[in-house]
Structure formats: structure tokens, C-alpha cells
Design a protein. Structure first.
Length: 268
């Protein structure tokens, strides 16, 4: 499961404007938020030229590196930041994220655990530690971490549908359908235009034998762009749903769409 770097949020640091690189860092940060990445890279490089020990600039350069798939750059920046301040929790979290996005779960696990020790109130760390331990075959520990991430965001008034989805999917896999549905319906209230939420609701309804409702949710998911679930996954679910309702025509229509997408265009 991949999460876009841009939704990770920005950390607040104690580094003050007294640093000679701070103004360039602030400019880089604004460019990063505006998704002007090449300009942000140039500005953060200037900040680090002026102050090589500016930890906010090092973590920002790490985020830019991960956004560009340059995990070696991100790792080097974060290791440097943590050498300067071993208690920099956000840098420690990003250090775990660098390993997680690079699919090195054995490295991500202790890094996220350390980040959680540094700040047990950070919901992002709880969420990504949960994703890591679930991938390593520890579903019950993962579920406890997902619950904690949701609790922390709820208490802060910042609960996001993306935080509910991993727990909802794990509950589904564990056969705890009623609980999964509760999480999914809350996610739907928070993000009604999420194709991922509607797709997961469709999967749940199909599992519960509500094929017609599952088809409706699947069709809704297909019209939405907010999310990461693929069109093929939705079409496949819709084929199954329509087959169960006895609507062979619609099932065949979605199967034909999938076949057309698999067939390369004829050469002229």
C-alpha cells in the first residue's frame, strides 16, 4: 500500500529564522506545498548550502527525494538529520517511511517503532507501523495500531477516511464483517467521493450476499477518480456482482471492457 508523499503533512520545528538557510527553507517548503518540485529542490539545496545542519531542510529534501523515487537521497538526508538530533521524531518517521516505500519492511519496522517511542501521540506513525506489522503477518497487532491511529485522529478532530481504510480492510480479511462495515460507512461519510471506499463497500456487500447493492457501489466507484483502486479491480468485482444477480448482459459488458483493455491496438 503506497501513500502519496504530499498527504503526509508538514512538521513544525524549533529551528528559527536565525539560521542563514531558514529563508531559503521556507521558500522551498512553500514550493513543495504548491507541488512545484524542481523549484523546491533548488531552494532546499540553497538552504542546505547556507546551513548544512538545518534539520527541517534535510527532512524536506528527504520528502522531495521520496516523491521522485530517489530513496538513496532521502535515506542519506534522514540519517544526517538523525545524527544531528537522534530525538527528531518526524525525521525518524520519515526514515521508516523511506524503508517502507522501498519495500524493505525489516528495516521499516524498527524505525517506525523508534518513531512511536519518540511520540506515541502521532497517528501517522501508528498507522504506518500497523501497515508494516500487518505485512509481516501480525494482524492482531496491526489492528490495535489502526485503532490507535483512528483514536488519535478522532481526538484531534482530524480523522481521515484513509486512516480508516486499512483497519476496515483488515477486519474484512479477518471475517469481522460488521465491524468492517462500521469503519467503511464512517469513511464514506468523511470522503463520499473516494473510489476506494465505495469499492471496499462493494466487496463487503458482495461477501454479505447483497449483490445488487454491491453492483451499485461498484458502479459508483467506477465514476470516481479519488483513490488508488484500479478500473480492472472494479470491473472484475462488477462481473461477479452481476453474475450473482443474474444480469448476464451487464456482467459480459464489464468482461468485454476488460478484454478490450488487455488487447493491444492493431498495427496499421
Amino acid at each position: 500500500m503506497k501513500f502519496c508523499i504530499f498527504v503526509l503533512g508538514l512538521a513544525l520545528y524549533a529551528a528559527g529564522p536565525s539560521s542563514p538557510g531558514y529563508a531559503a527553507y521556507e521558500k522551498a517548503n512553500q514550493l513543495f506545498v504548491a507541488k512545484k518540485l524542481p523549484e523546491a529542490v533548488a531552494a532546499v539545496d540553497e538552504a542546505l548550502r547556507l546551513d548544512p545542519k538545518l534539520i527541517p531542510a534535510l527532512t524536506l529534501k528527504a520528502k522531495l527525494g521520496m516523491a521522485a523515487g530517489q530513496f538513496d537521497v532521502a535515506r542519506q538526508c534522514l540519517e544526517r538529520a538523525l545524527t544531528l538530533d537522534p530525538h527528531a521524531q518526524y525525521a525518524q518517521f520519515l526514515y521508516g517511511l523511506e524503508a517502507y516505500l522501498g519495500n524493505d519492511l525489516s528495516a521499516a519496522l524498527p524505525r517506525f517503532r523508534k518513531a512511536r517511542e519518540l511520540n506515541p501521540q502521532d497517528p501517522r506513525t501508528a498507522l504506518y507501523l500497523g501497515l508494516t506489522v500487518e505485512s509481516l503477518g501480525k494482524p492482531e497487532e496491526a489492528l490495535a495500531l489502526y485503532r490507535d491511529a483512528v483514536r488519535l485522529e478522532r481526538s484531534a478532530g482530524t480523522l481521515d477516511a484513509a486512516t480508516l481504510l486499512p483497519g476496515a480492510k483488515l477486519l474484512f480479511l479477518l471475517g469481522r464483517l460488521k465491524e468492517s462495515g462500521k469503519w467503511l460507512h464512517e469513511a464514506g461519510e468523511l470522503s463520499p467521493n473516494s473510489r476506494d471506499v465505495h469499492f471496499e463497500l462493494a466487496r463487503l456487500l458482495l461477501k454479505e450476499g447483497e449483490a445488487s447493492q454491491a453492483a451499485a457501489e461498484g458502479e459508483k466507484a467506477l465514476t470516481l477518480s479519488e483513490g488508488v483502486v484500479t478500473d480492472d479491480s472494479i470491473h472484475y468485482l462488477l462481473i461477479r456482482a452481476y453474475e450473482q444477480t443474474g444480469d448476464k448482459g451487464r456482467a459480459e459488458m464489464h468482461a468485454e471492457i476488460m478484454r478490450a483493455q488487455e488487447t493491444p491496438p492493431a498495427k496499421k
